[in-house]
Write a protein that binds this ligand. Sequence first.
Ligand SMILES: Nc1ncnc2c1ncn2[C@@H]1O[C@H](COP(=O)(O)OP(=O)(O)OP(=O)(O)O)[C@@H](O)[C@H]1O
Length: 449
Amino acid sequence: MADLLIVDDESTILESISMFMAEKGHAVHTAATVKQALELFEKTNPQVVILDIRLTDGSGLDALRQMKAVNPLARIIMITAFQDMETTIEAMKLGAYDYIHKPLDAVELDNTVAQAIESLEQDRKHTEFSEGPAGFDRGVIVGSSRVMKDVFKMIGMLCQNRATALITGETGTGKELVSRRIHLSSPDKDKPFITFDCSAVVNTLLESELFGHEKGAFTGAVTQRPGKIELAGDGTLFLDEVGELPLNLQAKLLGFLERKEYMRVGGCSNLTSRCRIIAATNQDLDQMVKEKKFRADLYYRLKVVTITLPSLKDRLSDIPLLVDHFIRKCAHDLGVKPMQLQDGCIERLKSHAWTGNVRELENVIISAAIRSRGNVILVETLDALLSGTAPQVSRYPASQSLAQVEKRHIQAVLASVQWNKTRASRILKISLPTLRKKIHKYQLSPNSG
Ligand SMILES: Nc1ncnc2c1ncn2[C@@H]1O[C@H](COP(=O)(O)OP(=O)(O)OP(=O)(O)O)[C@@H](O)[C@H]1O
């Protein structure tokens, strides 16, 4: 049996379907408008939605798009009239599970709902083996604030085409998460999603990592190697920290965006790729263009479609939802029951500055859950974590020199952010050039350790 949301503006239809479904043992919620439907969808998180395409205050397609952005797993069955065929096709493209024609046939409706529930069960079993614990969607983007609703709309629009997009926002605001969601909601979701962190690779290797190289192109190039663009194929290439790309490669990337052609390092013929580029940055590219550190033409090419993710401090109203999400995530990962929050926890969380945004909130909730005794997260535990007074376990023996400790710490921080130097320099509170000097001094590399 499932949680069902039924949306139709004809009260007789609404009543008869909901009675029928309640008799079958489902928990039924009803809505007559797009607005009510979206509110109830976020509140009740139904597994199956029966959604009329034509509603008085808008189109069922918009509702479908937004519901899919909030919970891509929800099975949405559209109710359509024959003259709505074009819209029905569009609905299927947007990820509707199925459609049923009016006048409704009770047996057909019952069968379709049963199949939708069965397919969810199959998905659940599948994820048990592939992505970890069942019933928890790691890819879900949590938020119900107005800014986040606008973000969901943009995601809905972007997953219908292959437009290049730029995602901006401070560190930890969810740029990679959003990029993956666009890919996973697109018709090419089964194609590769490749991440390329422009700050993680030493400059001399960037070009060959991105575009690939031919055998013998440089010392050490003993075999031909495909670059990330080639690996992305017909899928998506996520260019993280695009502001870190050196100017010569910015020109090459622009060339690729304009002609969809590129050349491997050491190659002499053009190759083509259909891969879609989604770039992300937490830098002020406008300013970088003024300072001539970022090419204006590339910037304009990238920013045609921009999604700006809000800082957590500008959407404090989303904290309860986010906390609930991370508590459930943590419970799944640790294999325990979800923790409860002591009264006052949400207020304490809302009063924090959150410079590390959602990532910082996630880490605080995980740390608090691990430190909690019993099944309750206490305000005092959060307070200690947020004010930096929570006891830490020392990881370095007292016999080590300061330089040894510095080397190990920098290596550990770099490893924790997959060698994203911008992020590491922020955590270490040193400038990027200083970090580069220290990497050179201690001869650190992703493989040293
Ligand atoms: N709205 C959200 N809902 C649920 N989880 C979120 C949300 N935003 C971010 N997260 C989680 O926070 C963490 C950081 O997100 P992500 O890596 O996408 O941020 P980012 O903006 O790409 O960071 P950076 O600029 O440092 O690369 C991830 O674990 C992600 O799942």
